[in-house]
Design a protein around this ligand. Structure first.
Ligand SMILES: N[C@@H](CCC(=O)N[C@@H](CS)C(=O)NCC(=O)O)C(=O)O
Length: 255
C-alpha cells in the first residue's frame, strides 16, 4: 500500500495519475497547508521542504517502508519500481529524464510563481507578473515545438515526462487569462493534440476525480483561514524568512 499526502495541486495530480496508470493500491491523506500542517514535525520528518506531495511505500526497496518527497523523485521511484513509463534503453531513458527535469526545474516553478502573482499577490508587481507570464509563454512554445516533432515529450511513448507536464498545462488553462475561455490551446495545435490524448486516458480521469476531492477540502481550509494563515501559506508578512521586518524594509526603500 502507498500512502499519498497531498492537496489539490498539479504536483500532487501528477503522482495520482501515475498511481492510477500503474493500478497500484494507494490511499490519500489531505494535508491542510493553509492551517500549517506541513510544518508539523511528523510531516517535516517525511518532507523536509514542507511541501506536498509525499508518498510512503510500505513495500519499498528490500521490503522496508520507503518515503519519497519531491514529485519528480516520486515519479522516478514509482517508474523504476514497476518498470513502466520510463524506457529501459539508456538513450531513450535520458530523453524522458530531460523532459521530466524541464518540468520540475522550469515549468513547475515558473507556472507556480505566475499563479501566485495572479491569485495571491496584491495589485502591482507588474515587472514580476510580466516576467513570469513571458516565461510561461516561452515554455509553451518549447513544448509546442517538441510535440510538433514527437507524439509525446519523451519520444514515441507516453512516459512520466508527459504525466508530470499534463497537470501544469491544465493549471495554465484554468488560471492564466490569455487561455480563457478555458480550455483553449488554439495557438498550440500539437500541444492541444497531446493534451486531449492524455485527458482521454481513464487513469487521468480517475486522478482528476481525486483532485476534485482534494479541492473540496482545500476550499473549506481557505474559508476557515484568517489573514495570518494566508500570509503563512504565502510566506509573507511575519512569515517571510531571513529578511528584515516588512516595516524596516519599507523604511530602507524610502530613504
Ligand atoms: N518541487 C516540489 C514543489 C511542491 C510544491 O510546491 N508543493 C506545494 C503545493 S503545489 C506545497 O506543498 N505548498 C505548501 C507550502 O509551500 O507550504 C515538487 O515538485 O514536489
Amino acid at each position: 500500500m502507498i500512502d499519498l499526502y497531498g492537496m489539490c495541486s498539479p504536483n500532487v495530480t501528477k503522482v495520482t495519475i501515475l498511481l492510477e496508470e500503474l493500478a497500484l493500491p494507494y490511499r490519500t491523506h489531505a494535508v491542510n497547508v493553509v492551517a500549517g500542517d506541513q510544518y508539523q514535525p511528523a510531516f517535516l520528518g517525511m518532507s523536509p521542504n514542507n511541501k506536498v506531495p509525499v508518498i510512503v511505500d510500505d513495500e519499498g526497496p528490500e521490503g522496508a517502508p520507503h518515503t519519497v518527497f519531491e514529485s519528480g523523485a516520486i515519479l522516478l521511484y514509482l517508474a523504476r519500481k514497476t518498470g513502466r513509463f520510463l524506457p529501459e534503453s539508456p538513450a531513450a531513458r535520458s530523453v524522458v529524464e530531460q523532459w521530466l527535469i524541464l518540468q520540475v526545474a522550469s515549468i513547475g516553478p515558473m507556472f507556480g510563481q505566475l499563479s501566485h502573482f495572479l491569485r495571491f499577490a496584491p495589485p502591482g508587481n507588474d515587472y514580476a507578473r510580466e516576467r513570469y507570464a513571458s516565461e510561461v509563454q516561452r515554455l509553451f512554445k518549447v513544448l509546442e515545438t517538441r510535440l510538433a516533432a514527437s507524439p509525446f515529450l519523451g519520444g514515441a511513448d507516453y512516459s512520466i515526462a508527459d504525466i508530470a507536464t499534463f497537470p501544469w498545462i491544465r493549471t495554465a488553462l484554468g488560471y492564466f487569462p490569455w487561455f480563457q475561455p478555458s480550455p483553449s490551446l488554439a495557438r498550440y495545435a500539437a500541444l492541444d493534440r497531446w493534451y486531449a490524448t492524455i485527458a482521454a486516458r481513464p487513469a487521468a480521469q480517475r486522478a482528476l476525480q481525486v483532485e476534485e476531492r482534494f479541492l473540496a477540502l482545500d476550499i473549506e481550509a481557505f474559508r476557515a483561514a484568517d489573514a495570518d494563515a494566508i500570509d503563512r501559506f504565502c510566506g509573507r508578512g511575519q512569515h517571510r524568512v531571513g529578511l528584515p521586518p516588512a516595516s524596516a524594509d519599507a523604511e530602507t526603500r524610502s530613504q
